[in-house]
Design a protein around this ligand. Structure first.
Ligand SMILES: Nc1ncnc2c1ncn2[C@@H]1O[C@H](COP(=O)(O)OS(=O)(=O)O)[C@@H](OP(=O)(O)O)[C@H]1O
Ligand SMILES: [Mg+2]
Ligand SMILES: [Mg+2]
Ligand SMILES: [Mg+2]
Length: 384
């Protein structure tokens, strides 16, 4: 791939994901410290899943920045949230909180080298920014894909969650970013691949070897490289331009030494089926249950070797729950397929149509072949 292709898109996307992470962190702290009134901040959707002011606020912020940086007429964004609940007259208080959260965040845009609005946005502009993300994607052209808060349940529980942004071009994921405000990047003092390569700005000197509190991972298709940056903090020392380190999947290919991750909620993945597969391929470690696409980040930086998700029959996986994570793992050296061993198809609209049974993510081919073999051997007898 032409080295410069998608560079501008990645450059803007990295910055806006950092901004979104800061926004989420503030809202999560508020929720946990009870600065906010939970009943007003967290709403249930029709499918009983949750949505919070962070989900809407991130979607508005990312939508506003992308539309104002690129040609707004042409920017197509596929994203999880809509404005139904927020537009109701009784939701005026909630909308007010979203408006102030978004404006506070956009006011900091210049810190990240982005241009915010000249004056604060009003409620109608913010509703417009959220509802503009109503594209259905598809096989042609460019589509941004956003999960403003993935793992909302983890978010409200003070646990892991991710801001996930990807760019699809003619049906293929070409740029992927995961903001993980509660997930630490693995620092490697000996990592020679340390640079600020997403912009021509001079990189910050690398800070001493330490674990960071949160991180942003990103990649471009075909580069064979995925990168991680520490999160930028309000009162901490990291400022833009930030430094980046390369991430790589784990070299472990012995199932006896490997660790697998899976969703926390049983409703989202069949834990007992995964446990059966794990034991049949010889995995010994107990599963790492982690909310959100942080599971992909864990595989990409070598904290675990396998991620399996087997949703109940009839559930259709959405592209925003996987696009960014899949590309990051692949470019970091890993393998991602459905349970039949086929690549995931991001070209069919908002769902991963024709997904065969589940998703299997591995740090390498050897573990992957074993798991897919175990799926075939076990499926007839499974009760999925
Ligand atoms: N029934 C069912 N089955 C499978 N998957 C579902 C289901 N319901 C929701 N979802 C989607 O799962 C996203 C969260 O996935 P996780 O892997 O993080 O699950 S878990 O929270 O750790 O249990 C979650 O993403 P967010 O809504 O962004 O949090 C959902 O898109
Ligand atoms: Mg949701
Ligand atoms: Mg999600
Ligand atoms: Mg979400």
């Amino acid at each position: 791939m032409d080295n410069d292709k998608y560079s501008k898109e990645l450059n803007v996307a990295v910055r806006v994901v950092h901004m979104a992470c800061g926004l989420c962190q503030k809202v999560q702290k508020g929720l946990l410290c009870n600065t906010f009134d939970d009943d007003n901040e967290v709403k249930s959707k029709d499918d009983d899943s949750l949505v919070t002011i962070a989900d809407w606020s991130v979607q508005a912020t990312v939508s506003w920045i992308l539309s104002n940086t690129f040609d707004s007429e042409k920017v197509s964004i596929v994203a999880e949230e809509d404005v139904q609940t927020l537009s109701k007259p009784e939701a005026a208080g909630l909308l007010g909180k979203v408006v102030s959260t978004v404006n506070e965040c956009l006011a900091e845009a210049s810190r990240y080298g982005l241009k915010g609005p000249d004056k604060s946005l009003g409620p109608s502009e913010i509703l417009e920014a959220i509802s503009r993300c109503n594209s259905n994607g598809g096989p042609l052209g460019r589509h941004w894909v956003l999960d403003p808060v993935d793992g909302t349940l983890g978010f409200v529980r003070g646990d892991q969650y991710a801001v996930a942004l990807a760019l699809i071009d003619n049906g293929e994921v070409v740029v992927g970013l995961l903001g993980c405000p509660n997930y630490r990047m693995k620092r490697d003092r000996h990592n020679k691949q340390q640079q600020n390569h997403i912009s021509s700005e001079v990189s910050e000197p690398s800070p001493p070897d330490m674990l960071e509190e949160g991180c942003v991972m990103y990649t471009k298709k075909g580069t064979g490289e995925a990168w991680v940056q520490p999160m930028i903090y309000g009162d901490r020392k990291y400022e833009w331009p930030n430094f980046a380190e390369q991430v790589r999947v784990s070299p472990i290919d012995d199932p006896a030494l490997a660790t697998f991750c899976e969703p926390v909620e049983r409703a989202n993945s069949n834990h007992s089926y995964a446990a059966g597969l794990a034991s049949s391929v010889g995995l010994r470690n107990k599963p790492l249950r982690v909310y959100s696409m942080v599971k992909y980040a864990a595989i990409a930086q070598g904290d675990a070797e396998i991620f399996m998700k087997f949703a109940r029959a009839g559930y259709k996986e959405k592209i925003w729950d996987h696009a960014a994570g899949v590309l990051i793992v692949q470019e970091a050296g890993g393998v991602v397929t459905d349970a039949g061993g086929r690549s995931l198809d991001f070209s069919k609209g908002i769902y991963l149509e024709c997904l065969d049974r589940g998703i299997v993510v591995c740090s390498g081919d050897k573990l992957h072949e074993k798991l897919i073999g175990a799926v075939y051997a076990s499926w007839e007898s499974s009760s999925l």
